[in-house]
Design a protein around this ligand. Structure first.
Ligand code: FDP
Length: 320
């Protein structure tokens, strides 16, 4: 039987590619590896456990109902990141403010611990998205500026998709690699080495229910997709939509609308990490005008329009 490379082995083998101290990356990724497995366990039994499934009764900072699994995943990622000492503070989509560990750690993390959470109750794929940045500030406490760095400053980014199988996909700026969880041994194994985004594709993903709110350019592009008989695929779970398009070739659009000119998605927790991965795979990510990774964030929970996926399709969508 051919030897299957585990995520732990892969990280150790590739740690020289990480710009900063050897060993730090493996410690950083260990938290995501472990938390991902634990969230996966809870997601898989969500239908059975009444105390996990369903709304928590609180709202997050975006005014959305928090599902119990969101809260579980958020607490877990934060606890594990705190315990390994490399990370000084975390900004999460689920928390109003930065969560400080005051430990002088050299890195900060931004994350969406459970993206697509409105899909939990209906057994549809959901995901975790994360970014790692080197701190700019020194001293025991991180600052807001540590988090308001442009996406191009990310030292690593990744996602976990909890789907028909669970996968962890990440990049440290040297390509993108994907690992599938083998539930029989509880280990992520390298299944998708050197993932590359097809330059063109046949899938467009957009919530067309917002049609009457879209600009003429976006409507023109969608009309063109229909004339070319392309396939419309929209799960409504960003990680799952992004993952499918990365493998098959496609474009995901969440444009600004008349009511919400900045769209819905968050720059720090969703757009930046996925843009980093898209570019590392040879794809593109823009806000309809500018490269996502060049945007200068001004606030933690900032929203941005997002056009992401196969490079030729993103270009065509931008032309309208
Ligand atoms: P959700 O609200 O379920 O958490 O940013 C969150 C997100 O899902 C994305 O995962 C998803 O792509 C998008 O919102 C769906 O939004 P619409 O319902 O407006 O299409």
């Amino acid at each position: 039987m051919a030897h299957v490379k585990t995520l732990a082995e892969f990280i150790t083998e590739r740690q020289h590619e990480f710009t900063y101290a050897t060993g730090e990356l493996s410690q950083l990724l260990t938290s995501f590896r472990l938390a991902g497995k634990m969230v996966n366990r809870e997601v898989n039994k969500a239908g059975l456990a009444e105390d996990i499934l369903g709304a928590q009764g609180t709202e997050n900072v975006q005014g959305e109902a928090q599902q119990k699994l969101d809260v579980y995943a958020n607490d877990l990622f934060i606890r594990l990141l705190k315990s390994q000492g490399m990370v000084c503070a975390v900004a999460s989509e689920e928390n109003d403010d930065i969560v400080h560990f005051d430990n002088g750690g050299k890195y900060v993390v931004t994350m969406d611990p459970l993206d697509g959470s409105s899909n939990i109750d209906v057994n549809v794929s959901i995901g975790t998205i994360f970014s790692i940045y080197k701190r700019i500030s020194t001293g025991p406490k991180a600052t807001l500026e540590d988090f308001l760095q442009p996406g191009r400053a990310q030292v690593a980014a990744g996602y976990i998709v909890y789907g028909s199988s669970t996968m962890l996909v990440y990049s440290t700026g040297h390509g993108v690699n994907g690992f599938t969880l083998d539930p029989s041994i509880g280990t992520f194994c390298l299944s998708h080495p050197n993932m590359t985004s097809p330059a063109d594709g046949k899938i467009y993903s957009i919530n067309e229910g917002n049609w009457y709110e879209f600009s003429d350019g976006v409507r023109n592009y969608i009309d063109g997709c229909k004339q070319k008989k392309m396939s419309a695929r929209y799960i409504g779970s960003l990680v799952a939509d992004f993952h499918r398009n990365l493998l098959k070739g496609g474009v995901y659009l969440y444009p600004g609308t008349a009511k919400a000119p900045k769209g819905k998605l968050r720059l720090l927790y969703e757009a930046n990490p996925l843009a980093f991965l898209a570019e590392q795979a040879g794809g593109k990510a823009t806000d309809g005008t500018a490269r996502i990774l060049d945007l200068m964030p001004t606030e933690l929970h900032q929203r941005t329009p997002l056009y992401i996926g196969s490079s030729q399709m993103v270009d065509a969508a931008m032309r309208g």
